[in-house]
Design a protein around this ligand. Structure first.
Ligand SMILES: Nc1ncnc2c1ncn2[C@@H]1O[C@H](COP(=O)(O)OP(=O)(O)O)[C@@H](O)[C@H]1O
Ligand SMILES: [Mg+2]
Length: 240
C-alpha cells in the first residue's frame, strides 16, 4: 500500500503546491486524481516515484519510506507514465528503449530478450521494434512509453494525462489495457470519462489540497461539487 501522510511542498519561488495531503492507495486499487490546472496534480505525481522527495510529511510504500537511500527500490516498484511520451523514449530503436530498464537492473541478456519480446508482443508493438521512437505516431508513442514501464513489472503504475494525445480508437485501446492490469493504479486526468471507465476511487484536488474523495461514480456525478472545483461533469453525463 502507498501511504501519503501530511505531505506539503513549496516551490523555491514560494508557490505552495501541496498542503497537508494525506491519502492511502490500497494494493490493487485504481484512483483518479482530478483538478483544474495548477491544482497540484503533477507536483503530487512527482512525489509518487521519488522524483521529488518529501520536504514535509512522508510517502511510503509497504512501509518503505521515500528517501534518497531507497530510490532504486522506489523506481522498481512504481512506474510513472510521463505526460509526454517523448520524455520516456530516448533511444534510436524502440527495442532498446524497452530493454533499457531491465538492463539497468542487471538482468542477464537472455532474460532481457525474453521480457522485451514478450512486452512488445503484448502491446502489439512487435512490427515497430526496430523503428526510431521519434518516428512513431502519437498513439504508438503512448503505448511504447507504456511498454517501457510494463516490462519492469512494477507494483504501482502512475499515469499523468495518459489520454491527452490519443484518438478515440487508441483511447479505447488504452482503457482496455489499463483495465486488464492487476496493479495499483493512480491516474491524473482531465478526461473524466476515462477516469469513469478505469477508476474505482476519485480525489479532487484544489489549490494543493484534497477537496473531496470517494467512489468514482459518486464523485463524478456531482455537478455542483465538480463545478465548485472548476471541473465539469463527464461528457457521458452532460445533457442528462
Ligand atoms: N517549477 C515550478 N516553480 C514554481 N511553481 C510551480 C512550478 N511547477 C508548478 N508550480 C506551481 O505549483 C502549482 C501546482 O502546479 P502543478 O502541480 O503543475 O498543477 P497541475 O498539475 O494540477 O496543473 C501551480 O500554482 C503552479 O503554478
Ligand atoms: Mg499537471
Amino acid at each position: 500500500m502507498i501511504r501519503i501522510e501530511r505531505l506539503g511542498f513549496t516551490y523555491p519561488d514560494g508557490t505552495r503546491a501541496l498542503d497537508n495531503i494525506s491519502l492511502n492507495f490500497e494494493d490493487g486499487s485504481s484512483t483518479g486524481i482530478i483538478g483544474a490546472n495548477g491544482a497540484g496534480k503533477s507536483t503530487l505525481v512527482n512525489h509518487l516515484n521519488g522524483y521529488f522527495l518529501p520536504m514535509e510529511g512522508s510517502v511510503s510504500i509497504d512501509g518503505m519510506n521515500f528517501c534518497k537511500n531507497n530510490l532504486d527500490r522506489i523506481h522498481q516498484q512504481v512506474g510513472l507514465l510521463f505526460q509526454n511520451p517523448d520524455d520516456q523514449l530516448f533511444m534510436t530503436r524502440l527495442y532498446d528503449d524497452i530493454a533499457f530498464g531491465p538492463e539497468n537492473l542487471g538482468m542477464n541478456p537472455g532474460e532481457i530478450k525474453t521480457l522485451a519480446e514478450e512486452t512488445l508482443l503484448d502491446l502489439n508493438l512487435w512490427e515497430l521494434k526496430d523503428k526510431s521512437p521519434s518516428h512513431l505516431s502519437q498513439g504508438q508513442k503512448r503505448f511504447a512509453a507504456f511498454a517501457t514501464i510494463l516490462v519492469m513489472d512494477p507494483q504501482v503504475i502512475v499515469m499523468d494525462e495518459p489520454t491527452s494525445d490519443l484518438d478515440p480508437k487508441n483511447r479505447r485501446k488504452l482503457i482496455n489495457l489499463v483495465r486488464s492490469l492487476h496493479k495499483t493504479r493512480i491516474t491524473v486526468s482531465h478526461d473524466l470519462d476515462f477516469i469513469w471507465d478505469t477508476c474505482e476511487h476519485v480525489c479532487i484536488m484544489n489549490k494543493g489540497r484534497i477537496a473531496a474523495e470517494g467512489p468514482a461514480r459518486q464523485i463524478l456525478s456531482q455537478r455542483d461539487l465538480l463545478e465548485s472545483n472548476n471541473l465539469e461533469l463527464p461528457l457521458r453525463l452532460q445533457g442528462m
